[in-house]
Ligand binder design. Sequence first.
Ligand code: NAP
Length: 175
Amino acid sequence: MVDKVRGLLVGRLQPIHKGHMDVIKRILAEVDEVVICIGSAQLSHTPKDPFTAGERTMMISKALSEYGISSSSYYITPIQDVACNSLWVAQVKMLTPPFEIIYSGNSLVERLFIEAGYKVTNPPIYNREIYSGTEVRKRMITGDDWKSLIPDSVAEVIEEIDGINRIKHIHKEGI
Ligand code: NAP
């Protein structure tokens, strides 16, 4: 029996966009399975983190299906933040299937996993100026075209949960 090689992708994914989807496709070209961690799972209903972990799970699983990615090649795991950074990797390991390689664009995530002995890769998001969660959330508030930045299925979930009215209602504290 050959062991599977798993990669771990961590992100708040508020919401998942086409840049993240490209990263996931590139990860799956390198490893057998990807573990997608929804970071800051306890947060929702804020301008920077408008969507709940459950809503983000729905968006991610529908987007992966839309892109033809088999459900046998990924796991989706919400991870709550912890007060002690030095304990966070242990929390991630407790909640996820075993993994070998970390994919992250966040320097704190990189540092914590390097110190825990993991191989860390920084997969660049293409066309970063527009494929960014901040840009998607900004356009949701201003009424500019946000749908073209995210998979159609993610836009459908956001409409189903009345997400635009939610983010407009709470945006006064900044995005
Ligand atoms: P983040 O703070 O959500 O995002 C940081 C920035 O990196 C965002 O602008 C994000 O863009 C961008 N980014 C995401 N993937 C990228 C990539 N492949 N290339 C370039 N930029 C990229 O951080 P995150 O890395 O997405 O998520 C880290 C999660 O781990 C957070 O939820 C954090 O709270 C958690 N964490 C918790 C602890 C703790 O609890 N002690 C410690 C470490 C980390 P988008 O907005 O477009 O995604």
